[in-house]
Design a protein around this ligand. Structure first.
Ligand SMILES: Nc1ncnc2c1ncn2[C@@H]1O[C@H](COP(=O)(O)OP(=O)(O)OP(=O)(O)O)[C@@H](O)[C@H]1O
Length: 257
């Protein structure tokens, strides 16, 4: 692919006149993992929501390269195109897996229903694909009929990932996917995510306040402070040689390893 998958142009969002994010610009290329980092309240989640059509920005636009090769502004998409993105071409991994899962149905159904949403009707195939995905996210196959209510936090998060990836999305948004988990569970999940992202060639926009997560997963990084992007570049470069004083502070306080 010779053009970006997603382009953010001057994205701004205000709440009661207060800046949540302002004039954010970047390009996301196929296979790239972009980490949005910054302290609490810097506008990371707001930006992610604007990018993924969960909220409308007050200004600016998001261009997306559709599977048929057209590049369209998200705000100009038809309802059917939006649905296709939400159900198939995009994934969204929430920090709290309960937001991304249906807790009232089995783990297998959580994965299977995304497949059904894209037209798969054959029960045997749905079940075997669900099993395969549980396996890929290291959930034992004999837990397929259990409700995710019985699952641990780490298992729920892995199930949420399976549910998202089963439709072979090209772009996955992640909001603090390892937040709220024990450190050892986080490490394992990060490993798994890194493996999946690489094998599947996924493009990812990930919000994290944890620079170690950004370092492990991302190719590029975007540092936000008070709603604005203050530094951006290749992750290794930015973390090794941060230019903005705020980034220097972030890096020196967090990455003393
Ligand atoms: N629905 C809302 N109504 C009013 N203000 C909001 C709303 N959502 C976010 N904000 C404000 O926008 C700013 C950015 O918030 P946002 O949640 O995007 O930051 P964040 O960097 O994701 O923070 P955190 O890491 O704590 O989740 C904050 O000042 C926040 O109070």
């Amino acid at each position: 692919m010779t053009k970006p998958l997603l382009v953010a142009e001057n994205i701004s969002k205000y709440y009661d006149g207060r800046v949540a994010c302002e004039k954010v610009n970047f390009e996301l290329w196929p296979g790239e993992v972009l980490a949005i980092v910054g302290e609490s309240g810097s506008g990371k989640t707001t930006l992610l929501k604007c990018l993924s059509m969960q909220i409308a920005p007050n200004a600016g636009r998001v261009l997306y390269s559709l599977r048929d090769g057209r590049t369209e502004s998200l705000s100009d998409l038809s309802e059917a195109e939006r649905r296709f993105l939400m159900r198939t071409d995009w994934g969204f991994v929430h920090q709290d897996p309960r937001e991304g899962l249906r807790m009232g149905v089995s783990a297998g159904a959580n994965v299977g229903e995304r497949l059904m949403a894209v037209g798969e009707r054959h029960y045997g195939r749905i079940r075997s694909t669900a099993l395969d995905w549980l396996n890929r996210v290291e959930i034992a196959g004999d837990r397929i009929d259990e409700s995710p209510r019985n699952y641990s936090g780490g298992m729920r998060q892995r199930l949420q990932i399976a549910r998202n990836l089963v439709t072979a999305p090209r772009l996955v948004f992640m909001d603090e996917p390892t937040g709220g988990l024990d450190v050892s569970v986080q490490a394992r999940l990060l490993d798994l995510l890194r493996g999946l992202v690489r094998t599947l060639g996924l493009s990812v926009v990930i919000v994290t306040h944890d620079l170690a997560v950004a370092r492990l997963l991302s190719t590029r990084i975007l540092v936000m402070q008070q709603g604005k992007v203050i530094e951006t570049g290749l992750t290794d470069q930015v973390l090794e040689d941060p230019q903005a004083p705020y980034t220097q502070l972030l890096v020196s306080s967090v990455l003393q390893v």
